[in-house]
Design a protein around this ligand. Structure first.
Ligand SMILES: [Zn+2]
Length: 244
């Protein structure tokens, strides 16, 4: 593989030092935004994102990233589950949970702490990041409650009494569970088998959720295409049928 194909270079040693500062994201978020804006090639952009994601996955694994050690109970705002929001990983099947943890930290928590959108939370800016969710003694940043693999098996990533940061809409987050499908549905639909397994899971775990409250991420957060452009017209109606 030819070296230096890209005009950006990610200086790991520099970012390792930055990562030890509680407000590391105050530098990282603008850096990522600026670099992404300078990249026009789709593959190069994907490569840049993967580089950053894997770097932060490693920092989290090695506990070399400054994070808050305490904070408020954000789940105190949890409401009874009345909605299900469907997502996709937008990647080939086999998505790594640890990588997802880093990606959600970078794509959801870091930009929010960089620029809180709720006026009362403005003081979070520059403070160390806190999710209040823990897994195996480590802080967890995953926004989804469930990841459904292509064999129909499910991984429970967040407890149902925890608020996942996934819908791009806090009022939906408070009352919903997020189910993510481990595939890329940007250009294709899930198989009938996958839809049936998804419906079975929803019916079993969330029988109280009305079918009109089963939605795609694109419905709670207009502007995103997750879980793919075919969701609304093609596979959502099928899913609702399977739920009957
Ligand atoms: Zn999504």
């Amino acid at each position: 593989m030819p070296k230096n194909r890209y005009k950006w270079k990610f200086d790991e040693q520099y970012w390792e030092r930055v990562a030890q500062q509680p407000d590391w994201y105050m530098q990282l978020v603008p850096y990522v935004k600026k670099t992404q804006e300078s990249i026009s090639n789709v593959d190069e952009l994907a490569n840049f994102r993967k580089t950053i994601g894997h770097f932060f996955q490693k920092l989290l694994a090695e506990e070399k990233l400054a994070l808050a050690s305490e904070g408020p109970d954000l789940d105190a705002q949890r409401e009874p589950v009345s909605s299900v929001v469907i997502h996709h990983t937008s990647s080939a099947p086999g998505y790594s949970i640890d990588y997802m943890n880093a990606v959600h930290l970078l794509n959801i928590y870091a930009p929010y702490y960089f620029q809180p959108t709720v006026p009362e939370e403005m003081e979070l800016r520059g403070k160390p990041i806190w999710s209040g969710h823990f897994k195996n003694g480590k802080q967890n940043f995953i926004g989804y409650h469930w990841l459904m693999r292509m064999d129909g098996s499910l991984e429970h990533l967040l407890d149902d009494n925890q608020i996942g940061w996934h819908a791009g809409n806090w009022s939906v987050n408070k009352r919903s569970v997020a189910i993510c499908l481990d595939n890329n549905y940007e250009k294709m639909c899930p198989s009938e088998q996958t839809l049936e397994a998804l419906a079975t899971h929803i019916r079993k775990k969330y029988p109280e959720v009305k079918s009109e409250n089963i939605m795609g991420h694109c419905e709670s957060s207009p502007g995103t295409i997750c879980p793919g452009v075919h969701f609304l017209e093609e596979w959502k109606p099928k899913l609702i049928e399977y739920l009957k």
